[in-house]
Design a protein around this ligand. Structure first.
Ligand SMILES: [Zn+2]
Length: 446
């Protein structure tokens, strides 16, 4: 992944002080002194780490707790009561479980979209600092306890006050933005339509301009978003967002399933971004975002795994395959959404969406060393005539052998060095069981 999309056979990459300093044929890459660490990548592929543009860290703990139901019921009956019972230790346990899974499947950077204060943003940021990932944390901003026209349906534990949310974003921004060698960023996480007043959206837009930071928000995930925007504002969802100042290069809209041609034009003109989450949209039967059309209209589209109850995994490799084949069957065009296209979405386009395209998302001299090494010596990856095709169509997240972030080896030979895997799994199991009890829910395999 570089501007000319080269695939270098028998290649090598030299990393120094967290940056990529040489890349090319192994015979041409020459360190001035002997490298401190050498990794033999024979039979493997080196790629930029994946950038997941839509993640809910706090939903890893409730994986599989809301299956086979539609979005509003999914939220009201399962996800909100469970997350409304979270405490900061649950938030930390869930974030560490999620990051462990991401590191083990090659994701090196992510955009977390909605962090309620009760999940404990400080604890989660500390976990990012310690585990070595690159993470953008968006603090939830909301003032109304509903979704679209469905009023007051949110669990009381999930309700937050608009002014307090805005103040907290600023507090967390001052405390964490740029910390951990700039691996942590703080954004605004605007609640979807029905969760904020128009005035609050305007305040978010102004706040983001003042802090020079980003905003992410679920938009047009389900048809209810469109009905609500038409009824309340006489506009389509993206037109309304434009009116309140929330369409711009610093904005990532998650899903965008029901966006129309006119709305793609607005997003394209203003350089806004969309996080495409095909697995989540398919499982919740939300619909199919028109990604090839959106891209043609100039919208930058990245990929996102969404959450534990909607996907139910955080594996960008599986997300790439799903994205590709979903759009082929929808358009009845096997030439659309090629392997190379979805690999771009998972790397450089994701980096662009989160405003980091000059730092990560490709293997280029001067960029930060966020790289993964994929083992191609597997039955399901043999023969390997076309590495890009094999990685997108045949690989799985567990084929990632090594994960490097900011020049540090975070996982080597599938052993994560910065998290105690056994402990993370045990704590997550224990806390998930207690959480279900507190929420009065049971999830069985009936
Ligand atoms: Zn989401």
């Amino acid at each position: 992944m570089d501007p000319s999309r080269r695939v270098i056979e028998d290649g090598a990459v030299l990393l120094e002080n967290g940056l990529i300093t040489q890349v090319g044929k192994s015979s041409d890459v020459k360190p001035q002194k002997r490298a401190e660490v050498e990794i033999d990548g024979k039979g493997m592929a080196v790629l930029p780490g994946f950038v997941d543009t839509h993640v809910h860290l706090a939903q890893a703990l409730i994986r599989g707790c809301a299956d086979d139901t539609s979005l509003i019921d999914w939220l009201q009956k399962f996800v909100w009561p469970l997350q409304g019972n979270f405490d900061s230790q649950d938030g930390k346990a869930s974030a560490e479980l999620c990051m462990l899974e991401m590191i083990k499947s090659g994701t090196t950077a992510f955009l977390e979209s909605l962090l309620h204060t009760r999940y404990g943003l400080d604890g989660i940021a500390e976990s990012i600092e310690a585990c070595g990932m690159r993470g953008i944390l968006s603090k939830t901003v909301m003032s109304l306890p509903g979704y679209g026209s469905e009023k007051s349906i949110m669990h009381p534990g999930m309700v937050e006050d608009g002014e307090t949310c805005l103040r907290e974003v600023e507090t967390y921004f001052k405390r964490w933005n740029g910390r951990a060698d700039d691996r942590i960023r703080i954004w605004y996480g605007a609640r979807s339509l029905g969760g904020c007043t128009p005035q609050l959206y305007k305040q978010i837009s102004e706040g983001a301009k003042r802090l020079e930071t980003g905003v992410t928000m679920h938009l047009s995930e389900v048809q209810e978003d469109v009905r609500y925007a038409r009824k309340e504002f006489g506009k389509l969802p993206a037109e309304f967002m434009d009116q309140v100042g929330l369409v711009g290069p610093n904005v990532v809209f998650a899903h965008g399933v029901w966006l129309t041609e006119n709305e793609w034009a607005v997003l394209g003109r203003k350089h806004a971004n969309v996080a495409h989450c095909p697995c989540s949209n398919m499982k919740l039967a939300s619909g199919i975002a028109k990604v090839p059309e959106m891209t043609n209209a100039g919208v930058n589209v990245g990929l996102g795994c969404d959450g534990g109850p909607s996907n139910n995994c955080y594996d960008m490799v599986r997300e790439m395959k799903t994205a590709s084949i979903l759009h082929k069957v929808r358009t009845l065009d096997p030439l659309t959404m090629t392997a190379a296209t979805v690999l771009e979405m998972a790397t450089i386009k994701g980096a662009k969406a989160v405003g980091l395209e000059n730092q990560i998302g490709s293997i280029e001299v001067g960029k930060k060393a966020d790289l993964i090494i994929v083992n191609l010596r597997k039955p399901h990856l043999t023969p390997s005539f076309n590495a890009v095709s094999n990685i997108v169509y045949a690989a799985e997240g567990s084929d990632v052998e090594t994960t490097i972030i900011d020049g540090k080896i975070i996982m080597e030979n599938r052993i994560v060095k910065t998290l105690d895997e056994e402990k993370v799994l045990r704590v997550a199991d224990e806390r998930a069981t207690r959480l279900l009890g507190r929420a009065g829910l049971s999830v069985g395999s009936n």
